[in-house]
Design a protein around this ligand. Structure first.
Ligand code: UN1
Length: 502
């Protein structure tokens, strides 16, 4: 395959949008740009404040109908959406590559993640279980029922422009909630394509109008969504800085918040680790998606007896990584999303050097249109301030340790708590890492990297990562409200706790 020219990109995007039946709101506000070469594909119109209000009002209206539709019937919408996503997988993946710069395999994987979560949500639509508890009173039943919550506002980031939306939307729909989505202003086209498919699925399955809408724009549009009391749950993915703004604002109006913020993910490599497997796991987790996943591996904590070997082997693998146009065969590392990312990367590397670090390989700008950088591998004498920060670029810092306690202490000594891993063949070490006094992250893995989670588990993390859980397991509970019901089927009225009132 040859390198993509600007015109090819625009045609390819146009084909994909057309295939998905997308109605693009052309205008002058938001440039839809491809990081592949930095060209602006289209310029879109931002949603006006009135349009934001109208979208939320339509969602409110849809809620009054949708909440009364039985959950397994709601599942039919999501089943159809999953089919449409499957049918348009290639077009959606093209848009992900064009707008987010992911290599096609990862872009297809992202669309697959949407399909998977639709399948999961359809199953969940028949499993919105409440508990029954034994009542302390004779002739009484105590139980809980889960009801739809209300309008869900989804704010998503450029790096997973559609999968993270689907985690929220598919589950919200089966839970009886409409969705108003503000995608990253860096990836509006991909969002509009998904919206077109949801609308089609809704029309075909008789779901109400207004169940889903997309808002185009940046900060102010998001703020309006965050502050609107009609939005029952705000599910936001992005930086810690964004989360610090969103969290208190939603809390101030007693809304519900689900935050999925930054990570500073580490892997411990123990002396018994299978190094062939470890190196493969590390390279995918650290350099994949050009280091722009929230689960990207950013710190490698290696036992001092093997640190030289591990660094040599990872550096060898890094030197073979092809960086370039993601549509080109053999390329594994695509572009950074924007110039600002390169500035952050060089600044972090400067700070690392100033703190005594050595750049073993990478960290160089590739001379071509767009922002391309070779993934950097950096030896650090200690966990300096720069290592404790998340830099959204491909930098892997290597630290060494002597005892597992020391490794775990280093591992946990960062503000973020998303994903973590240990590479070891020693069961005691593996179990210790997963135990209460081991990794403090929401995701803790053994013998696989930190990124690439399946949708079946709950996804999210602790500390500055925000505490939210999305996607699998019982994450659906965040999208519903719980009612506790006590039913008296006797002809007596005993009071709880033995209280007498007569
Ligand atoms: C993100 O980067 O915001 O585990 C989500 C992973 C993906 C999701 C990442 N399934 O890497």
């Amino acid at each position: 395959m040859t390198e993509t020219a600007p015109l090819d990109l625009r045609n390819r995007a146009a084909d994909a949008l057309r295939a998905c039946g997308t109605d693009v709101p052309f205008g002058d506000d938001v440039p839809a740009m491809s990081p592949i070469d930095g060209t602006v594909l289209y310029t879109l119109r931002a949603s006006s404040p009135d349009e934001v209000t109208a979208a939320i009002e339509s969602a409110r209206h849809a809620f009054s109908q949708w909440r009364a539709v039985p959950a397994p019937v709601r599942g039919a919408l999501v089943r159809r959406l999953g089919e449409l996503l499957t049918e348009h997988k290639r077009s959606l993946a093209d848009l992900v590559t064009i707008e987010a710069g992911k290599i096609p395999s990862e872009a297809l994987g992202e669309v697959q993640e949407m399909i998977d979560v639709c399948e999961f949500a359809v199953g969940i639509s028949r499993q919105l279980y409440g508990r029954t508890m034994p009542s302390e009173r004779p002739g009484h039943r105590l139980m809980e029922t889960w009801h739809p919550l209300g309008v869900v506002g989804v704010i998503s980031a450029f790096n997973f422009p559609v999968a993270v939306w689907a985690w929220n939307a598919a589950i919200a729909f089966v839970c009886g909630d409409p969705v108003v989505w503000k995608p990253s202003e860096l990836t509006p086209l991909t969002a509009l394509a998904c919206d077109a498919l949801v609308r089609r699925a809704a029309a075909e399955t008789g779901a109400p109008d207004g169940l889903h809408s997309v808002l185009i724009g940046s900060g102010p549009v998001g703020e309006q969504l965050v502050d609107d009391p009609r939005v029952a749950l705000v599910s936001a993915t992005g930086s810690v800085r964004m989360g610090r703004e969103v969290g208190p604002r939603v809390a101030a109006r007693f809304g519900r918040c689900l935050l999925e913020l930054g990570g500073n993910n580490a892997a411990v490599v123990a002396p018994s680790a299978d190094l062939d497997l470890t190196v493969r796991g590390v390279v995918f987790a650290a350099a994949g998606t050009a280091g722009q996943r929230c689960t990207t591996l950013r710190r490698l904590i290696v036992h001092s007896s093997i640190v030289e070997t591990v660094v040599d082997r990872v550096a060898d693998a890094y030197r073979q990584l092809r960086v370039g146009d993601p549509f080109e065969d053999g390329v594994l590392v695509g572009p950074l999303i924007r110039e600002r990312s390169w500035a952050a990367m060089t600044s972090a590397l400067d700070h690392a050097r100033a703190a005594g670090g050595t750049v073993v390989c990478g960290g160089e700008r590739v001379d071509r249109d767009g922002v391309y950088a070779s993934p950097a591998l950096v030896r650090m004498p200690e966990q300096a301030a720069v290592v404790r920060e998340e830099t959204f670029a491909p930098i892997l810092y290597v630290l060494s340790y002597d005892t597992l306690d020391e490794a775990i202490a280093l591992h946990n000594d960062v503000p973020q708590g998303l994903a973590s891993a240990i590479f070891t063949l020693d069961q005691r070490e593996a179990e210790r890492f997963l135990a209460a006094d081991g990794s403090d992250c929401g995701i803790a893995n053994v013998n696989i990297g930190t990124s690439g989670a399946e949708i079946g588990g709950a996804f999210g993390g602790e500390k500055d990562t925000g505490g939210g859980r999305e996607s699998g397991s019982d994450s659906w509970k965040a999208y519903m409200r719980r009612a506790t019901n006590t039913v008296n089927y006797s002809d007596q009225l005993p009071l709880a706790q033995g209280v007498h009132f007569e």
